[in-house]
Design a protein around this ligand. Structure first.
Ligand code: 13P
Length: 298
């Protein structure tokens, strides 16, 4: 069932766990995320960046695919369909396309402009029943071809943006998208604690969920993180499973290949299974297993 992400994240914050946000790239990805969440009876956020949306044939295609899969697969857990790192225009397009949640990434604007645009989009999203995430302090790394250094957000700026009525807030605390360099200093818990104190119990979001040691994930959840974004991890296990399958000769174009392992439904299956297993692993780590109904009370 598609819902916005507000109640599920308030429930997560109140009960000290986090809901996994998993980026989708295609049909297999979407099925794996939905089925992984359903199997663990967990709320889930399935998300598309603008780049992935373009790749999949536009935001309407993404929205219809996820809605139809949700119905066809008889998914029983709450699912939010979210725009990841949206520009102002992408946010508007996703509201129209039938997403249930958007993220406005105004982190590249100076604070006053970020505030003005965020305010406008909060009104738009709430009028249409969507939830909205805002960001303070650019998350480092490269995503959709955009590279930023990991920033540590100013808690005072976080308080200002949180007060605009956004439903959850992403704040840079030294986290980066993609793989972490060997000399990465780790998450800045001192700043996270301050942000958590000054943002009036709003659920906080941790981007760059791939490669953060489990102990730091658990500590982050204890300090107010209620949504954790994972993308690269799923890409890595998908690629690894596909490479193994092909290296074993299962997709070979020979008459001996009586199983016809080159059939896309067989070829993509190991990658699908690997993503599903990764989603289940993360849901268990984040503590949202069997929390599907929590959102009903928030
Ligand atoms: P990773 O690719 O590092 O898992 O980060 C995902 C993310 O933060 C999407 O917004």
């Amino acid at each position: 069932m598609l819902v916005n992400a507000t109640s599920m994240l308030r429930a997560a914050k109140a009960h000290h766990y986090a809901v996994g946000h998993f980026n989708t790239n295609n049909l297999e990805w979407s099925k794996a995320i939905l089925l992984g969440a359903n199997e663990t009876n967990s709320p889930v956020i399935i998300s598309s960046s603008a780049g992935a949306g373009k790749y999949m044939g536009g935001f309407k295609t993404v929205a219809n695919m996820v809605r139809c899969l949700d119905e066809f697969l008889q998914i029983k857990v709450p699912v939010a369909l979210h725009l990841d790192h949206g520009t102002y225009d992408a946010c508007k397009a996703c509201v129209e396309a039938g997403f249930t949640s958007i993220m406005f990434d105004g982190s590249s604007f100076e604070l006053n402009e970020n505030i003005a645009k965020t305010k406008e989009l909060v009104n738009l999203a709430h009028n249409k029943g969507l939830s909205i995430e805002a960001e303070v302090g650019a998350i480092g790394g490269t995503e959709d071809g955009v590279t930023a250094d990991g920033e540590v957000a100013n808690p005072k700026d976080c308080a200002k943006i949180a007060a605009l009525g956004v439903d959850f807030l992403a704040a840079g605390i030294g986290n980066i998208h993609g793989l972490y360099p060997k000399d990465w200093k780790g998450l800045n818990f001192e700043v996270l604690e301050k942000i958590n104190q000054v943002t009036n119990k709003i659920p906080l979001v941790l981007h760059g969920g791939t490669g953060i040691p489990d102990k730091q994930i658990i500590r982050a959840i204890k300090n107010g993180i209620s949504k954790i974004n994972v993308n690269t991890d799923c890409q890595l296990v998908f690629a690894e499973a596909m490479i193994k399958y092909c290296a074993e000769g299962k997709a070979d174009a020979t008459l001996d290949n009586v199983d016809k392992g080159y059939d896309p439904r067989k070829l993509l299956k190991p990658g699908f299974e690997a993503i599903k297993a990764k989603v289940i692993e993360k849901i268990k780590l984040f503590g949202s297993e069997n929390k599907a109904d929590d959102y009903l009370n928030f």
